[in-house]
Design a binder for this molecule. Structure first.
Ligand SMILES: NC(=O)c1ccc[n+]([C@@H]2O[C@H](COP(=O)([O-])OP(=O)(O)OC[C@H]3O[C@@H](n4cnc5c(N)ncnc54)[C@H](O)[C@@H]3O)[C@@H](O)[C@H]2O)c1
Length: 409
């Protein structure tokens, strides 16, 4: 039975606690976080996930578990990995390290994380849940014979949109890494690339040729939204980030030389019932679509009853309303792929190897995100086959991430 330890007890850690209720042979043993560790440990104990305890430091947590998960904010990643490495150096044996998306704010940080993990010689998982979404996996399974006969999908459109993040550090481009492209473009780029990757090939099989992107600050730079952000300590008149991002990526199959295109669209201005994941793949003679807001279930809350609902997010992630006709998802955790990503990672760690998506894969996604920012910044298509461009991307920190977004938004 693997013992899990989480660093971070916020939004995503709570989602993962819920996911672990559907995973066998695992004990949620400990949590370290600046805030919320004891409360989450209590929920985990109530859910009979194990004798969960709050620990006072990363070193203590690492000593008590087999698998450590970094579910803390992006700006804290490198420091946390160093602390994990120090604990391992001190003699603790780990069976796995999990890091949530996005791997890092830029390529240099992502590379540092990969290097530290390699030196520790511990198997890794990069948690990108959307590739594990049962709807996406099942569509591909059901189309496997069709794909074999007709060829792989050549166009994927992948989108994640909602009305904006919950914590101020997400909005601040210097702490998060950017705006919506860094935060959610990582999902849509990864999932889109997976959808055009031929069945049976590794997740990093396709060769990126070109990346072009357009980003903008459409909603949150205007009143009354900009003042709302200011009250939360984020000033978009000084350090803005993009709330809209459209990235187009062209790939080549290294064996057949055929090209495929991924369109990744993301926004923080989706004023609609809740978070929407929308994926479409088109192959020769076939297609599939996934829309996370389509559900067989729905609920209705009248104005008279609305006062009884304290938190609209209880209904659906990033839900924006607490009355009227609302979307009801019977199992959001499974829908988004959280359970499946745990099953994949833990099975891999038990066998002593990396999960389907490892930190090197996360670094590859970071490279594509950096190319998107560079494209927007330079108003140019980025040639991913040019060694000079790749070297530039290795040390590139987008202007938006530097807090200089006013120059490009
Ligand atoms: N897969 C997904 O769809 C998904 C969804 C949400 C968040 N995430 C990712 O998960 C990560 C965490 O996001 P979140 O929404 O849970 O954030 P959050 O702000 O809700 O929670 C962060 C947690 O980390 C703790 N923390 C912050 N700084 C710390 C430090 N220096 N040391 C120890 N603990 C610290 C906080 O106290 C809190 O418990 C982010 O990288 C985010 O991108 C992924």
């Amino acid at each position: 039975m693997l013992k899990i330890g989480m660093i971070g007890a916020g939004f995503v850690a709570k989602f993962h606690e819920r996911a672990l209720r559907s995973v066998r042979n695992v004990e949620f043993a400990g949590i370290y976080a600046l805030q919320g560790a004891e409360a989450l440990a209590q929920v985990a104990r109530q859910d009979r996930l194990g004798d969960s305890k709050a620990y006072g430091s990363i070193a203590e947590l690492v000593r008590a578990v087999d698998v450590v998960c970094v579910f803390a904010p992006n700006f804290a990643r490198v420091e946390m990995m160093r602390e994990i490495a120090a604990a391992v150096e001190g003699g603790t044996r780990l069976k796995g390290i999990i890091i949530e998306k996005p791997l890092a704010r830029n390529f240099n940080e992502a590379n540092t994380l990969v290097r530290i993990a390699k030196a520790m010689n511990v198997p890794t998982a990069y948690f990108e849940n959307q590739i594990h979404m049962p709807a996406v996996v099942q569509a591909r399974t059901q189309l496997a014979q069709v794909e074999k006969a007709m060829g792989p999908a050549h166009l994927a459109r992948s989108a994640e949109e909602h009305g904006g993040p919950h914590e101020p550090w997400f909005w601040d481009p210097t702490t998060q890494g950017g705006g919506v492209c860094c935060d959610m473009g990582c999902h849509s780029i990864a999932c889109g690339m997976y959808m055009v990757t031929p069945s049976g090939k590794p997740v990093n099989y396709l060769k990126p040729l070109r990346v072009s992107a357009t980003m903008a600050l459409l909603k949150w730079g205007k009143e009354p939204w900009i003042s709302q952000l200011k009250k939360r300590g984020v000033d978009y008149s000084v350090t803005p980030a993009e709330d809209y991002s459209s990235v187009s990526l062209e790939f080549e199959d290294p064996q057949t030389k055929q090209h495929s295109i991924v369109q990744a669209s993301n926004s923080w201005m989706y004023d609609a019932p809740g978070l929407r994941l929308l994926m479409e793949a088109f192959g020769p003679g076939y297609s599939y679509t996934v829309n996370s807001l389509e559900s067989p279930a729905g609920i209705f809350i009248s104005d008279a009853a609305a006062a009884a609902v304290l938190d609209s997010e209880l209904v659906l992630e990033k839900s924006q309303a607490s009355r009227g006709a609302l979307i009801l998802q019977p199992d959001e955790i499974a829908l988004y792929g959280y359970v499946a990503e745990w099953l994949d990672a833990l099975q891999a760690f038990e066998q002593g190897h990396d999960a389907l998506l490892n930190l090197e894969y996360g670094r590859f996604i970071t490279l594509l995100i950096m190319a998107a920012y560079m494209s927007h910044e330079k108003r140019k298509v980025i040639d991913m086959t040019n060694p000079q461009t790749l070297a530039e991307l290795g040390t590139y920190v987008p202007l938006i991430q530097q807090g200089k977004g006013r120059q490009v938004l």
